[in-house]
Ligand binder design. Structure first.
Ligand code: FMN
Length: 357
C-alpha cells in the first residue's frame, strides 16, 4: 500500500513525501523580479508546513518581455546569490525547491514597457493587444534565455527547473493551433508546434547534465475550439521524455477554455481531482514521472489515486494559500479535506486567501 508520505525520487532528487506545491504566482518579488524579504518569508512558511517539494511561481527568463509587477525573474547572474538565500532557507526545512521558468508571451496585462511575444498575432486574443509575431531570431533568443535561466537556477541551488508549457503562456501558445498559425518549421503539424519546446528541453538537458530534474507543466488539453488535444499531449510527452525530460505535471486549460473547463476550476466533492484521469493515462502508457494537479482536496481520494494509478506525486496550489501547514495537519492525523473552498479570490497584487486576512 502506497501512502502520500512515502519517500520517493525524481531523477537525482529525493522527495520526503509525494506532495508538491504547484507553481503559484505570489506577487512578492520586486518591480524587476528580484528577491525580497517577504518572498523568502513566504517560502519559509510554506516549507515549514510539511510539503516535500515546492515549485516557485512563474519566473521570467528574459528582461525584454513586459515584467508583471511582483513576478519573479531569473534573466541575469545577479539573481544567483539572491536565489541562493531562498534555496538555503527552504533546504533548511528538508524541502526541495524547483523554479518554474516562463516567457509570459501575450498573456500579460502588465502596463510596463516590454515586448508581448506571440507565435502569431491573433486579433481577438482575450488578454491583450499589441502582440508581435516572433521572428526566428526572437525564438533563438528565447531558447537561449530558457537555457540561461536553467543554468542560473542550478548554480543558485534550485533542485530542478520546470518549463511552463501550460495555461496559454508563450510555450503553450506555440502548441495551440488557434494561437499558432505559423507557416515555418515552428507551426503546422504537432511536431512543428512542439519544436520550440523540444529544442529548449534538449538544450537545457545538455546544459545541466543527466541527473538534474527538468520538468514541464503541460496542458492535457486546452478545452477550447482549435485547441491542443489530449492525443497531442501524449505524443509530446513521449517526445520530451526522449529529450531527457524528468517529469510532467499534467494541467489543462487556457483563458479561452469553455466555462469551468479551464485551469482553475470550481471544485466540489464530485469534481475534485479534475485532470487526474489524463495524468493517469499518461502515467500508464509513458515511462515518465507524472505529477497530477488540479482540484486535489481530500487525502483519502489522493491515497486511492497513488495506489490505483501510476501517478507518482500530487500537487496542489490553492489549498496551500489557505493552509500553508496543510501537510503537517494531515500528517498529524487530522485528515479532513483541505479547507480551501476554491473561490479563487486568492488572486491579487499579493496572493493571499481572503479567509486569512
Ligand atoms: C493565485 C494563483 C496563482 C497561480 N500561479 C501559477 C503559476 O505561477 N504557474 C502555474 O503554472 N500555475 C499557476 N496557477 C495554477 C495552479 O498552479 C494550479 O494549476 C491550479 O490552481 C489548479 O490547482 P488547485 O486546484 O490545487 O488550485 C496559479 C493559480 C492560482 C490560484
Amino acid at each position: 500500500m502506497k501512502t502520500l508520505f512515502d519517500q520517493t525520487k525524481l531523477s537525482g532528487m529525493k522527495m520526503k513525501n509525494r506532495f508538491v506545491r504547484s507553481a503559484t504566482y505570489d506577487g512578492r518579488a520586486d518591480a524587476l523580479g528580484h528577491v525580497t524579504k517577504k518572498l523568502i518569508d513566504h517560502y519559509e512558511e510554506l516549507a515549514k508546513g510539511g510539503v516535500g517539494t515546492i515549485i516557485t511561481g512563474l519566473t521570467n527568463v528574459t528582461d525584454i518581455e513586459k515584467i508583471v509587477p511582483g513576478q519573479m525573474a531569473i534573466y541575469n547572474d545577479s539573481f544567483i546569490p539572491e536565489y541562493r538565500r531562498l534555496t538555503d532557507t527552504v533546504h533548511q526545512q528538508d524541502v526541495n525547491i524547483i523554479v518554474q521558468l516562463v516567457c509570459n508571451g501575450a498573456q500579460n496585462s502588465s502596463k510596463n514597457d516590454g515586448v508581448l511575444w506571440a507565435p502569431s498575432v491573433i486579433e481577438d486574443e482575450p488578454t491583450v493587444s499589441g502582440a508581435t509575431e516572433m521572428t526566428k531570431e526572437d525564438i533563438q533568443f528565447m531558447k537561449d534565455a530558457f537555457v540561461g535561466g536553467a543554468i542560473r537556477a542550478k548554480k543558485a541551488g534550485f533542485d530542478g527547473v520546470q518549463l511552463h508549457v501550460a495555461h496559454g503562456y508563450l510555450l503553450s501558445r506555440f502548441l495551440t493551433p488557434y494561437y499558432n498559425r505559423r507557416t515555418d518549421e515552428y507551426g503546422g503539424n504537432t511536431e512543428n508546434r512542439a519544436r520550440v519546446v523540444v529544442e529548449i528541453c534538449r538544450s537545457i538537458r545538455e546544459a545541466v547534465g543527466p541527473d538534474y530534474p527538468v520538468l514541464a507543466k503541460i496542458n492535457c488539453s486546452d478545452f477550447m475550439d482549435q485547441g491542443f488535444t489530449f492525443e497531442e499531449c501524449k505524443h509530446i510527452c513521449k517526445m520530451l521524455k526522449e529529450e531527457g525530460l524528468s517529469a510532467v505535471e499534467i494541467s489543462g486549460g487556457t483563458a479561452l477554455s469553455r466555462a469551468n473547463e479551464g485551469v482553475i476550476r470550481n471544485v466540489t466533492a464530485e469534481t475534485e481531482s479534475y485532470f487526474e484521469k489524463y495524468a493517469a493515462e499518461i502515467a500508464e502508457n509513458i515511462d515518465i514521472t507524472v505529477i497530477s494537479v488540479g482540484g486535489h482536496r481530500d487525502i483519502n481520494k489522493l491515497t486511492d489515486i497513488v495506489n490505483q494509478t501510476k501517478i507518482q506525486c500530487i500537487s496542489l496550489c490553492r489549498p496551500f494559500i489557505r493552509e500553508p501547514e496543510l501537510i503537517n495537519r494531515w500528517a498529524s492525523g487530522d485528515t479532513t479535506p483541505a479547507k480551501c473552498i476554491s473561490c479563487t479570490k486568492c488572486f491579487g497584487v499579493e496572493t493571499q486567501c481572503i479567509f486569512n486576512k
